[in-house]
Design a protein around this ligand. Structure first.
Ligand code: SF4
Length: 329
């Protein structure tokens, strides 16, 4: 049954593969490993729709891994702004430089895994898709499809089931076929089983409860943290600093301010911005103050420094508060 199901899925993929700028069409030569790696890093925690225009800008500006390796950190972090999860951008820089030094990407999952900041998932994806190596690639879409196909409640059981089912000679296409199926048919909340090539073999569909697989972990309440951002204006410019290289939003341009903490600070803000990070919720209090670290950034040229979403929202809230002080206070 497994071989037939895998063949049906590959056949379906060849007819319906999504056209994405980092992919090769089924049957074409393998895609550039630089583009596969860059897209996989960008797609972690971010949707295809959000990544596609950003990916195209990145490869237009830095068409090769060597070009990216030679770029200034600030330029790369600025181009990454708004994509979130900034540790990814810092890892991207470290990895690009290591690849440039060694003269190109290694081809095996094991060697790829040795590159700085390149995790197990990305190593498997680059090996399978760009180098046509045998590798089992499990992202959240693949995990969901395999869990449903075998009616597995525990995500920890998915890898062994996937390995038994994975055709070694078509690892890259098979991974992309499962990713596409998870994105378009075997969706988290509304699976379109009648259009699915795996339907004859699918245990979750036979049970009539596809959405029950895999079981969802109970959501933990998120902790709450607080921060202060100093709002320092000089004409049509605002004071910005660069955050320390390690930690949240490391290396990104930001409004100045002390470390975030779990106690609400005693301050008199003109506005408060709430921002959801993966592991906590932050209330950022925007407080007028004179500040002399960093640099004056013209407000008309904020886009050039690539502010992360939190600080972009903070600047907008502060400007709105200046226009309508009583409403924003
Ligand atoms: S039959 Fe339904 S639940 Fe099973 S893999 Fe296909 S879309 Fe998912």
């Amino acid at each position: 049954m497994h071989a037939n199901a895998a063949n049906r899925l590959l056949h379906h993929y060849r007819a319906t593969a999504r056209d994405l700028p980092w992919r090769a069409r089924p049957g074409e030569p393998a895609p550039d490993p630089y583009r596969v790696w860059l897209s996989e890093v960008m797609l972690q925690q971010t949707t295809v729709a959000a990544v596609t225009p950003r990916f195209l800008r990145f490869v237009e500006r830095w068409p090769t891994v060597e070009a990216l390796a030679g770029a200034a950190d600030e330029d790369i972090l600025g181009e990454w702004a708004g994509l979130g999860y900034y540790a990814r951008a810092r890892n991207l820089i470290a990895c690009a430089r290591a690849v440039a030094v060694r003269g190109g990407f290694p081809e095996t999952e094991e060697e790829l895994r040795k590159l700085p900041g390149l995790g197990a998932y990305t190593a498997a994806a680059v090996a399978a898709i760009a180098f046509r190596q045998q590798a089992v690639v499990i992202d959240t879409n693949v995990e969901r499809v395999v869990a449903r196909l075998f009616a597995l409640t525990a995500k920890t059981d998915v890898r062994a089931a996937a390995e038994a089912f994975w055709p070694p000679e078509h690892s890259g296409d098979f991974a992309q076929a499962l990713m596409d199926l998870g994105a378009t048919i075997c969706r988290p909340k509304s699976s379109a089983c009648s259009a699915c090539p795996l339907l004859p073999d699918c245990k979750a569909a036979a049970l009539g409860t596809p959405e029950a697989f895999p079981a969802k972990a109970a959501k933990k309440a998120k902790p709450h943290r607080f921060g202060v951002a100093w709002w320092s204006r000089h004409g049509e410019a605002v004071r910005l600093v660069r955050r320390p290289p390690k930690g949240m939003l490391g290396g990104m341009a930001a409004l100045p301010g002390p470390e975030w903490c779990s106690e609400q600070p005693a301050a008199n803000p003109i506005a408060i911005v709430r921002h959801e990070f993966t592991h906590f919720t932050l209330d950022l209090l925007i407080v007028p103050a004179d500040h002399d670290e960093g640099w004056w950034q013209p407000l008309a040229e904020l886009a050039k420094v690539g502010l992360p979403s939190l600080y972009r929202k903070a600047v907008d809230a502060a400007l709105a508060a200046e226009r309508e002080p009583r409403l924003a206070a």
